[in-house]
Design a protein. Structure first.
Length: 54
């Protein structure tokens, strides 16, 4: 599953979630997935290095 597919799946889950606790959990997962996507994009664009600093 790609990160984009994961984000879309989380969005779909969020739309159908009715319980407040479940919504908060899905929202938190969505924030993390979006952050992960940003890191992937930054690595692809060369804005950050995927190599460890040591």
């Amino acid at each position: 599953m790609t990160i984009e597919q994961h984000i879309e799946e989380l969005r779909a889950e969020l739309r159908s979630a009715v319980d407040a606790d479940e919504r908060r959990q899905i929202e938190a997962e969505l924030v993390l997935a979006r952050a992960e996507r940003e890191v992937i994009w930054a690595e692809q664009d060369g804005r950050v290095s995927a190599e460890p600093p040591f």
